[in-house]
Design a protein. Structure first.
Length: 140
């Protein structure tokens, strides 16, 4: 298997809390940034999704904090999609410091919402495959 898609983020001072480490909610922003970066790298923009009448939705997210992050730390945020035969997919993400230390692990469950029907579409992997110029980034 190839290396998972990854994007580098530098922790900014305003993302930290009174203890001096990254506020819990910021991990969600890092994960979301990595997911949208992967979509763009695969050739899918928001216009493509809207043009198809769908939009990605988050249904569940779990964060396991391993080590603190401080202002100025550089981290790599990975993104791996795992597909099923149903309406949802999983996204596994790791936030790793430049020295290799795992700071957090995130698991998300998502889907694609039909914007007209307001229901999850069946087989979102097929839509991603259709829209992507590089579906291999999604493991497709």
């Amino acid at each position: 298997m190839s290396e998972p898609y990854s994007v580098r983020v530098t922790v900014r001072g305003y993302e930290t809390d009174v203890q001096g480490h990254v506020n819990q909610s910021v991990y969600l922003n890092y994960a979301e940034h990595a997911r949208w970066s992967l979509l763009q790298a695969a050739g899918i923009g928001q216009r493509n999704l809207i043009g198809k009448g769908v939009g990605p939705v988050a249904l569940e997210t779990t964060i396991r904090y391993k080590r603190e992050l401080l202002a100025g730390d550089e981290v790599d945020v990975t993104c791996v999609f795992e597909w099923s035969d149903g309406k949802t997919f999983r996204i596994e993400q790791i936030v790793r410091k430049a020295d290799g230390t795992v700071a957090a692990e995130l698991t998300a469950v998502g889907g694609l919402l039909d914007l007209a029907e307001r229901k999850l579409v069946a087989r979102p992997d097929e839509i991603f495959k259709e829209l992507a110029s590089d579906p291999s980034l999604f493991g497709l």
